[in-house]
Design a protein around this ligand. Structure first.
Ligand SMILES: [Zn+2]
Length: 416
């Protein structure tokens, strides 16, 4: 294959970087790397060394994000911003987040070694806190870069009662200066994030990469169905008020609506049955519903449909149902002009053009306040993520490198 940038060899380097970064963990038995810990510092120092090898100047920003910059044809030009996160979930895989940062740095390394300067700068941010493991609040690093971090975020506590502000202070950061991490909108031409898909769509389609259309919006509900507990032997079937039988119908209603609605996914991932014994008719069931779509109108319609079906099921069975909305987040649309440039680069490099939504959240959600955003997804084995079995093929990394380099070299800011 024609490989002028030697992407195959650069991909081997990216894989070696991911292996090395993946060894930095708070837990000796698995990969866990959370915000403002010694392992966070080790990770940023390692990524810093690779960014500098790749011809970038580096800095740790005011919230602990690692930022690299590759100047354009003259210093101080507006920047094409790349990023993803360096923190992980507990017992994580090593590619979620990290790969996006490493791919972008490797692209800059290719440009640097070829002596290529562009009519814009390239900045890469290794976001410090996306997953929200330590302080149970996601997207702290990317919100700070977008200038939308709230003062209240600094008062969140970890399980030892340490606040974000205290942890920042211990890390050598000044919590009074978190505003310094924000970019000015005029300085950012666009934000682009490469990330493993974390789902099986690309693998099923036999494709290495795809352009993301939107990051799904989410609605979550807690549902309680109240029946009457009773003896499993003595209460005849027609006289029961079985909360679990009603809940089972409700779970299937979620599945039916989300299967029949294009672009919807819906999950009941938790079901608490009480009293929970083999010989007792269930007296109460609590369960959670998670429904997502890249299209907010589609999601709203499907949610209405599901909730009315649930109420009808319980009315027919004569059981009280209580439904509480616990979370709602709108979808993030990838800017069509920018998404199309990613898709164009994919088409040029792979002769295919595949667009897909993201069902998972990403730093790009926070960046929409700052700039137009787009994402490149890479196939991951079996669609597995948030799991030590997460895997990516070196050839797919090489493909992503070619696509990103093509995208960068062809990039022109949006015409006003
Ligand atoms: Zn991620």
């Amino acid at each position: 294959m024609n490989d002028p940038d030697n992407a195959a060899a650069v991909a081997e380097t990216v894989m070696a970087w991911a292996d090395e970064l993946g060894k930095i963990s708070e837990d000796p038995d698995c990969l866990t790397r959370t915000y403002l810990t010694p392992e966070h510092r080790q990770a940023v120092e390692l990524v810093q060394s690779w960014m500098e090898e790749s011809g970038m100047t580096t800095r740790l920003d005011a919230v602990g994000n690692m930022v690299g910059r590759y100047e354009g044809s003259e210093p101080g030009l507006p920047t094409l911003l790349f990023g993803s996160h360096l923190d992980t979930v507990r017992d994580a895989g090593q590619y979620d987040g990290a790969l996006g940062v490493l791919l972008a740095a490797a692209c800059v390394g290719v440009l640097h070694r070829a002596g290529e300067r562009l009519p814009f700068a390239i900045d890469i941010v290794g976001f410090a806190e996306e997953e929200g493991v330590r302080f149970r609040s996601t997207l702290i690093g990317s919100s700070a870069v977008a200038g939308t971090l709230q003062d209240s975020d600094l008062t969140l506590t970890d399980e030892d009662g340490v606040t974000v502000a205290e942890a920042m202070h211990d890390f050598g950061l000044d919590p009074e200066r978190v505003g310094d991490a924000a970019y000015k909108p005029d300085d950012v031409l666009a934000y682009v994030e490469a990330h493993i898909e974390q789902g099986p769509v690309l693998e099923n389609a036999g494709l290495a990469v795809g352009a993301v259309t939107a990051i799904a919006g989410i609605s979550r509900f807690h549902v309680t169905i109240t029946g009457v507990a009773g003896h499993a032997g003595t209460v005849p079937m027609g006289l029961r008020q079985d909360a679990l039988a009603a809940a089972a119908e409700c779970v299937l209603a979620v599945e039916t609506v989300c299967t029949e609605t294009q672009g919807m996914v819906g999950t009941v991932g938790r079901l608490d049955v009480s009293p929970g014994a083999d010989n007792v008719i269930p007296g109460a069931v609590k369960f959670g519903i998670d429904m997502r779509s890249g299209d907010d109108a589609v999601r709203a319609q499907a949610v209405d449909d599901v909730l009315s079906r649930l109420r009808n099921i319980c009315e027919r069975r004569g059981l009280p149902i209580d439904i509480v909305k616990t979370h709602e987040n709108p979808s993030t649309t990838c800017a069509p002009w920018l998404r199309d440039r990613i898709a164009d680069a994919i088409e040029t490099e792979t002769a295919t053009r595949h667009l897909l939504p993201s069902g998972a959240g990403h730093d790009a959600m926070a960046l929409t306040g700052l700039a137009d955003v787009a994402m490149l997804f890479l196939r991951c084995t079996g669609g597995i993520s948030h799991n030590p079995d997460e895997a990516v093929a070196t050839d797919d990394v090489a493909c992503a490198l070619r696509v990103l380099l093509r995208f960068i070299r062809d990039f022109q800011p949006k015409a006003d």
